[in-house]
Design a binder for this molecule. Sequence first.
Ligand code: PRP
Length: 221
Amino acid sequence: MSHQAQEQPTEQSRAERENHATRSLMDDVARILIDAQAIQERVKELGRYIDEQYAGKDLLLVSVLKGSVIFMADLLRAISIPHEIDFMATSSYGASTESSGVVRILKDLNQPIEGRHVLIVEDIIDSGHTLAYLTRILEARNPASLRIVTLLDKPERREVDLDVDWVGFSIPNEFVIGYGLDYNEIYRNLPFIGVLKPEVYTEPQEESCGQSTSPSQETSE
Ligand code: PRP
């Protein structure tokens, strides 16, 4: 067997591939809506509010997968009081691009929340259906308190009433990606919140089982 047949990628070719992948993501960004520094500053502020609000209380942060993982990871490090964390995963029923308003739980909490102070951590609130449903089922478990912190809010898209306690940024009705938010499960690793070029999501896409083409990210245009 020739050594050529076993040729391994060189460091240079690996770097080139990574560079190309990064360029591709940026190519699809129409503009940066909220830069990484502004996000970090706001997350630190939110952490301070939470410190003040929950001092001396039994706090449980509940991250709603997957979009909120980056926000959750930064937020919990901006909180200095003791607390625990847990995760839930939800999905809308159906593959339609229109919101059904029906949510199902893919992963529930690992623990009871009765008597505890629960803070739901979300990346974005759009129609509000996900959190309206989640707050309904979590309230039924009798927590001492149940509040919501979201990095982003799209008030124009709201379809149901929802009390949101802390909002990082209120944003216009544009398709945003980055800092945990995806389109077709891609772009979550961008360090900023960017607006996706419309031609990316108006081009025919292969069906995805993720939520990335969900109505929560559809524009009304
Ligand atoms: C997003 C977001 C919220 C939900 C908000 O999740 O993280 O959970 O949509 O939309 P709503 O207010 O219209 O209910 P998505 O379904 O995109 O899943 P992901 O977090 O796994 O990307």
